[in-house]
Design a protein around this ligand. Structure first.
Ligand code: PEP
Length: 258
């Protein structure tokens, strides 16, 4: 079984203009170099707003930084009369490697369904982008003890139609909604319970190669102080980080968890 390279993705959400983005990426690169970061031991990805991507591309390419970048969403359409949307080909042209899909904020504020997330994920894969597909339960579901069933249903719906080979290359991010931006972090055992269940379900559906290849991230109030315990879990292959990714020192320390 090939080892899964840990992935640390920093979702900036609707923060930082393109000039501020350049400053943060420069500081992050400096921090990683200072900490003697080894890209083989954790893949570092920043997820800026669309308007920052061109500037991040210029900096990363020009200085050959060990940092990849992703978009926060993409369209399920190729091109045409879809005002405000951004296509996957526009993102690959900008050098994006990944695209975050189905983040709980998109599901909640834009009513994104598993079906739409799946359609976007297929467009992303066709274009050569790796989708980071977000799933996870809200507080009421967790309190009712239905978090595993709820999350697995989202995984099945959001990854519908992918072959075993495609699943092996995907990234799934388990983000309990009650732990996002709240400071309330799931315990390492909570993270393992659901990340392990996701991998087990993908094993049932698609076999060993898919389950052993897919990377399952945890997201929800990850910080330098708690990343080590979370990353020690066998089915956690990385983290999707929100607030802490806006501070170069803190995110650099998260990326250098090993
Ligand atoms: C997120 O937005 O995906 C997230 C996990 O945010 P935070 O780390 O701030 O909880």
């Amino acid at each position: 079984m090939a080892a899964r390279t840990p992935l640390m993705a920093g979702n900036w959400k609707m923060n930082l203009n393109h000039q501020e983005a350049v400053v943060l990426v420069q500081k992050l690169a400096w921090t990683l170099s200072d900490k003697k970061h080894d890209p083989a031991r954790s893949e570092v990805v920043v997820v800026p707003p669309f308007t920052d991507l061109r500037s991040v591309q210029t900096l990363v390419d020009g200085d050959r930084l060990p940092i990849k970048y992703a978009a926060q969403d993409c369209s399920a359409h190729d091109s045409g009369a879809y005002t405000g949307e951004i296509s996957t080909s526009m993102l690959t042209k900008l050098g994006c490697s990944y695209v975050v899909l189905g983040h709980s904020e998109r599901r909640e504020y834009h009513q994104e369904s598993d079906e739409l997330v799946s359609a976007k994920a297929h467009k992303a894969v066709e274009a050569g982008l790796v989708p980071i597909v977000c799933v996870g339960e809200g507080l009421e579901v967790r309190q009712a003890g239905e978090h595993v069933a709820h999350t697995l249903a989202q995984v099945e719906g959001s990854l519908a139609g992918f072959s075993a080979e495609q699943v092996a290359a995907l990234v799934v991010a388990y983000e309990p909604v009650w732990a996002i931006g709240t400071g309330e972090v799931a315990t390492p055992d909570d993270a393992q319970e659901v990340c392990g269940a996701i991998r087990a379900r993908l094993r049932e559906l698609h076999g060993d190669a898919a389950a052993d290849g897919v990377r399952v991230l945890y997201g929800g109030s990850v910080k330098a102080a708690n990343v080590g315990a979370i990353m020690a879990q066998p089915d956690v292959d990385g983290c999707l980080v929100g607030g802490a990714s806006l501070q170069a020192d803190e995110f650099g320390a998260i990326c250098r968890f090993y």
